[in-house]
Structure formats: structure tokens, C-alpha cells
Ligand binder design. Structure first.
Ligand SMILES: NC(=O)c1ccc[n+]([C@@H]2O[C@H](COP(=O)([O-])OP(=O)(O)OC[C@H]3O[C@@H](n4cnc5c(N)ncnc54)[C@H](OP(=O)(O)O)[C@@H]3O)[C@@H](O)[C@H]2O)c1
Length: 325
């Protein structure tokens, strides 16, 4: 597995990581054995970077990651905090950070957390010197080795990168989200900030297996958050209307080499964008984890394939997402 070094972290991470929202909740049920098998399959395939959050299954995903790390010391586990309270500036306090990180340390069984990301905070947080001073203090205390920010918009990403001790920015980047290529990725690369590319398969749409008859479970966010009813609509299918996404995937498929899956093509596209540190597809079973890890071994896409993605984005997707995030 290719390793990529994050300057401000002083550490290398696997180019393909694993997103573990699926092991907590919001995607229908995953039984404990399937969760453990998925994590172990990822490790066996060379994945060393795992993304979780304190709210995924209210700590369930963190606890699975903690058990994995106990069995495989040295794995890198990035968690998130900030969504167990209302997203108000006053809740991003030193006292809450201490309480939230203590809970994550217990869930993960880690004395010092590898990386803690603010979990899509509101704009006011980016402008607050006090918030970042409090995070710096937690690093000095040894509660966490580093911190980052998971963002919704490109403007938020640029604000985070401008903070001198933000080590990583997590952002949606995929064949349906090209705006970060314009300013965010170059700024991150220049500053040594790691880019963690999330939702790389547009919640599975870019794996090319869905059609107009596909049904998602009622407790799956792809049923209940289609219009952003529960959280930012951009986290579900990248904010692209479902039918538009299906048409875009139909056209993207024509760019994919024989023998390569649509999902692998979509992940390879992310890996080929300069400035990306790791891509974190979510997986619901061992087969998906293995298939996603294998994208790191594919040859880079050709200029014609990259241009083809950009053309499909411009003609079908851009109007739905570009001005918004
Ligand atoms: N605000 C935030 O910070 C935030 C928000 C969202 C996500 N994240 C992080 O980013 C990670 C990735 O994003 P995501 O999980 O939302 O979306 P994603 O990675 O774009 O899509 C994941 C879904 O794609 C399908 N899939 C995965 N691998 C596949 C394969 N090889 N072949 C076919 N289908 C495959 C699975 O769905 P089916 O099996 O149902 O088809 C899976 O649940 C999350 O797990 C989480 O760690 C963070």
C-alpha cells in the first residue's frame, strides 16, 4: 500500500484508508462480527488509516476501532468531536473538548489520540482564536498528537488551512465534487496540511450498482436525509439529485477501462488529485474493504479519463453543487 506523508503531522498514512461511519449507525444495521471482519480485512489489505467519530453509533464505531488498534498497535485512528452538543460557538470550549476527548480516549483505549477533527463546525468556530488556542493546549497536554477540521465548504477548508497548527482537513472530494481542486488542494499542499478525502463514492452512487429501483433501509441516511432533513444534504450522495447522479455514472462508466470496477475508477480519480493524503471510502463488508484498498495499486488515470470526468461534471453535476460547497 502506498504511504503518503502529511507535513504538519510528521507521519505517513496509507493512501487508501477506511471510513467507519458504517460501523456505527446511519447506514442500517451492521452486526458486530461483520464490523470486526471488515476492519480486519482492511488491515490485511494494507490499510493503516481509519476514520471514525464520537457520534458514529454514539461511540460504537470508536469502540470497534479501539479493539482493532489493541490487536494491531501502530494503526492510525482519526476521530472527530463536536456533534454531541448543539453547533453553537460557546459549546466549542476547552471544558467540552476535555470531556469529549476523554470519552474518545476511553472508547479507543488510547492515552493520546492520534488525530481529533472538529466535526463540521459552524463558520463562527473558524474565526475564533480561543477555539484553536484550546486545541493547542490539548496537544501540549498530550491528550492528542494533532488536530484537524472536517469541513463542509471550500471556504471553511481555506480558513482551517490558514490556522497554523491544523494538521489535516477532511473534505468531500469525488467525481461529483471538483471544486476543492481549484484552491483547497493547492493551499493544503503548500502548507503541508493533509487532505482526507471523504465520501469518495458519493455514498455508493459512484460504485455504479444503484438504479431507479434501488431501495435503502428506512434507518439508512440515503432514505431519510435525501433532502438534508437530518444533516447537511451534501453528505448524502454528495448533494447530487439521485437521478442526475445515475445519469452521470452511466456516462462515467464509458471512461472506465475493461476489468476495472466503477468504484475502483472513482477511488483512483481521488488518489490522482495532487494534494490528497488519503481517501477514506466507507465499507460495509470485507469484500468492499479489500476492493477499495486495491484501487491504490491501479495505474493513474490518463489525461483523457481525467478530462472526461471534468466534462461530465461540467455538463450534469456542477449546477447542483459548485456554488453551494
Ligand atoms: N462530516 C464528516 O466528517 C463525514 C461525513 C460523511 C462521511 N465521513 C467519513 O467518510 C467516510 C466515507 O464516506 P461515506 O461512507 O459517507 O461514503 P462513501 O465512501 O462515498 O460510500 C460508502 C458506501 O459505498 C458503498 N461501497 C463501498 N465500497 C464499495 C465497493 N468496493 N463496491 C461497491 N460499493 C461500495 C457502500 O454502500 P452499499 O453497500 O450500501 O452500496 C458504502 O456504504 C465515512 O465512513 C466517514 O468515516 C465523514
Amino acid at each position: 500500500m502506498e504511504q503518503r506523508t502529511i507535513g504538519r503531522l510528521g507521519r505517513a498514512v496509507s493512501a487508501v484508508g477506511l471510513g467507519t461511519w458504517q460501523l456505527g449507525g446511519d447506514w442500517g444495521t451492521v452486526d458486530p462480527q461483520a464490523a470486526t471482519d471488515t476492519l480486519e480485512a482492511a488491515v490485511a489489505a494494507g490499510i493503516t488509516f481509519f476514520d471514525t467519530a464520537d457520534v458514529y453509533g454514539d461511540g460504537r464505531s470508536e469502540r470497534f476501532n479501539g479493539a482493532l488498534r489493541a490487536a494491531h498497535p501502530g494503526l492510525f485512528v482519526a476521530t472527530k468531536m463536536g456533534r454531541r452538543a448543539e453547533q453553537l460557538l460557546e459549546n466549542y470550549s476547552r471544558a467540552n473538548f476535555e470531556a469529549w476527548t476523554l470519552r474518545s480516549r476511553e472508547n479507543l483505549g488510547m492515552e493520546r489520540l492520534d488525530l481529533v477533527q472538529l466535526h463540521c463546525p459552524p463558520d463562527s468556530v473558524y474565526a475564533s482564536d480561543a477555539v484553536f488556542a484550546a486545541l493547542d493546549e490539548l496537544v501540549e497536554q498530550g491528550v492528542m498528537a494533532a488536530y484537524g477540521v472536517s469541513v463542509e465548504t471550500c471556504d471553511q477548508a481555506l480558513s482551517a488551512i490558514a490556522r497554523p497548527h491544523v494538521a489535516t482537513v477532511q473534505i468531500i472530494l469525488n467525481c461529483f465534487r471538483l471544486k476543492p481542486l481549484e484552491r483547497v488542494l493547492p493551499a493544503a499542499a503548500a502548507a503541508g496540511v493533509g487532505i482526507i478525502a471523504r465520501v469518495p463514492l458519493a455514498s455508493g452512487l459512484l460504485a455504479g450498482r444503484y438504479d431507479t429501483t434501488t431501495k435503502f433501509a428506512p434507518e439508512d441516511h440515503r432514505s431519510y436525509n435525501r433532502a438534508g432533513e437530518a444533516f447537511d444534504v451534501g453528505e448524502t450522495f454528495s448533494g447530487v439529485p439521485y437521478e442526475v447522479g445515475l445519469e452521470a455514472v452511466r456516462r462515467l462508466r464509458e471512461l472506465v477501462d475493461p476489468g476495472v470496477s466503477m468504484a475502483a475508477f472513482a477511488l483512483r480519480w481521488v488518489l490522482d488529485q495532487p494534494g490528497v493524503s488519503t481517501v477514506i471510502p466507507g465499507a460495509r463488508n470485507p469484500e468492499q474493504a479489500r476492493a477499495n484498498a486495491a484501487a491504490a495499486a491501479l495505474a493513474p488515470l490518463t489525461r483523457a479519463q481525467l478530462d472526461g470526468v471534468a466534462q461530465i461534471y461540467d455538463s450534469l453535476v456542477r449546477e447542483h453543487v459548485h456554488g453551494r460547497w
